[in-house]
Design a protein around this ligand. Structure first.
Ligand code: PEP
Ligand code: MG
Length: 551
């Protein structure tokens, strides 16, 4: 038995045998064939046919969109133009491998030059070429393996194309050796509820067939677990399944203190799933995701339609919509300045909106119209607020447009430190822990090399939340949490102990947080918070809270 440590995504636990993602192949060398042209052509033809058959078969098993994608790849493999390119090179003396490599690369370039949909297919072509060359070499094709039974996928990191096609019936868990907590794998795993531990580092222990327990809650991969560990993992997985099937109740602590559990959404289409998972409303609707690909600001009518659809899904419920948060990790062509050296510290969020006030006014107009047409309780908040004056500005302009409840996100330490002043001029605060951690720790949230700083358990971050909690209570103003931190069950309890009145998270996280809250009273939560606050780093804050929770 040995353990590897990484960053766990979510709270799940799973176990099974490893199947490793096959590594990319070394590119073939440009050399003369020692076999005859006919032999080379026959070998390539057999490899192409086998790859096409394999892709079609995978497609049939996957069904849906994945089937369309895979069948299109199979057709590409057998494209006559490609065959001509391969034959011409073999006739000129190339090996089959080199001919495939060069002909596919040339075709990919042509597609890329065409741009648009065909341009995007160029990457698929590279994948097909790798498969054909793997066949010619008699080695495993790169990409997600298919050992014919459920498995734990181990990979350096996953490409978006691989993750999109993951068969969730087969992939029990994902372990990445390189990816960080903000990697594509991590985001996808969180959204789809896949058990994942990312960034374990490479290890000789992660070999094909080795049996592992993947414990996302602890951020651990246990290689060759003993019977007790296997049984414990099964029991936990069963308990989670049972909790997921239990009737959903409103979020509350063990003593009955209500802690409404809300959903983070980026698209009105996600509303139904959120409701099914027990969301009591929406704590963060990220409006920028509706418009990320837009060349221009969306019209008031388009926006009104989107917001109306969202609000209709939550009659009588609170829905907190965030004004467009453009810049840094979410650039929007029509709002953000290009060429800023440090866009996270640049004209982003409310700063960008204020610079293009017409965009803010249009958005508020659309929100007020949607509010008037529906039964939800609409709250609107501004992102990336750094001063009391900005909080006052946003509340005033929102009211001017008929928004009844206007607040600010607390993402910048300056606003957390002045929370008592901020609450004098606004209706509520919502802590965006993702950015609050980034700005408190001075560590880019997108940068894997500083991922270890991105830990919301850091007591410096918790102290800021405590400031906001205290100020909120003193002014009788609600304090929500809407960053990733709210999805960590034990940290959620600590945040409530620090004064959070609601918690908002990706809907899949609601089950675990709801179950954890029910284990603690408000006094417990405060005790856990005190223990975490007294620590001097994130890991000891987590350990201290855990110890206080078991005491
Ligand atoms: C945050 O910063 O914590 C947040 C909720 O907003 P986003 O992740 O969209 O920046
Ligand atoms: Mg943010």
């Amino acid at each position: 038995m040995a353990e590897l440590r990484g960053v766990g995504i979510g709270q799940g636990v799973a176990q099974g045998p490893i199947a490793r993602m096959a590594a990319r192949l070394d590119p073939p060398r440009e050399e003369k064939s020692t076999r005859g042209a006919d032999e080379e052509k026959a070998a390539v033809a057999a490899a192409v046919a086998a790859v096409a058959a394999e892709l079609n078969a995978r497609g049939e098993r996957a069904g849906g969109t994945a089937q369309d994608v895979l069948e299109a790849q199979a057709m590409m493999a057998e494209d006559p133009t490609l065959e001509e390119g391969v034959h011409a090179r073999i006739d000129a003396g190339s090996t089959g491998e080199w001919a495939v490599h060069a002909a596919f690369a040339e075709f990919a370039e042509t597609l890329q030059a065409m741009g648009g949909y065909l341009g995007e297919r160029a990457a698929d072509l590279a994948d097909v070429a790798q498969r054909v060359i793997a066949h010619l070499r008699g080695v495993a094709a790169p990409g997600v393996p298919d050992p014919g039974h459920p498995f734990v996928l181990v990979a350096p990191d996953l490409a978006p194309a691989d993750t999109a096609l993951l068969d969730l019936d087969k992939v029990l868990a994902v372990v990445t050796t390189e990816g960080g907590p903000t990697s594509h794998t991590a985001i996808l795993a969180g959204d789809k509820g896949i058990v994942a531990v990312v960034g374990t580092g490479e290890s000789d222990l992660l070999v094909d067939g080795a049996y592992v327990v993947v414990d996302a809650a602890a951020g651990l991969v246990v290689v060759d677990p003993d019977d007790t560990q296997r049984a414990e993992a099964s029991a936990r997985a069963d308990a989670r399944r049972a909790a997921a099937e239990a009737p959903v109740t409103p979020g509350a602590l063990a003593d009955g203190t209500a802690v409404p559990l809300l959903a983070n959404l980026g698209d009105p289409d996600g509303a139904a799933e959120a409701v099914a998972l027990g969301a009591e409303g929406v704590g963060l609707f990220r409006t920028e995701f509706l418009f990320l690909s837009s060349e221009a600001a969306p019209t008031v009518e388009d926006q009104t339609a989107s917001y109306t659809r969202l609000l209709q899904a939550f009659p009588g419920r609170k829905v907190v919509v965030r004004a467009l948060d453009a810049g840094a990790d979410k650039p929007l062509k029509f709002l953000t300045d290009e060429g800023e050296e440090n866009p996270a510290l640049g004209r982003r969020g409310l700063r960008a909106l204020r610079h293009h006030e017409e965009v803010l006014r249009d958005q508020l107009t659309a929100l007020a119209a949607a509010d008037a047409a529906t039964e939800a309780d609409l709250w609107v908040m501004a992102p990336m607020v750094a001063t009391v004056e900005e909080a006052e500005y946003f509340t005033r302009i929102a009211r001017e447009h008929g928004i009844r409840t206007a607040g600010v996100m607390v993402e910048v330490p300056s606003v957390a430190l002045l929370a008592d002043r901020v609450f004098e001029v606004t209706d509520f605060g919502s802590v965006g822990t993702n950015d609050l951690v980034q700005y408190t720790m001075a560590a880019d949230r997108m940068l894997g090399t500083v991922a270890s700083y991105q830990d919301p358990w850091h007591p410096a971050v918790l102290r800021l939340v405590a400031e906001i909690g205290r100020a909120g209570a003193a002014h009788g103003k609600p304090v929500g949490i809407c960053g990733q931190a709210a999805a960590d069950p034990l940290l959620a309890v600590v945040l409530v102990g620090l004064g959070a009145t609601t918690l908002s998270m990706s809907p899949r996280a609601l089950v675990d947080v709801r179950a954890e809250l029910l284990k603690h009273t408000l006094d417990d939560a405060r005790r856990l918070a005190e223990a975490a606050l007294a620590a001097s780093d994130a890991a000891s804050a987590r350990d201290a809270a855990r110890a206080a929770s078991n005491a």
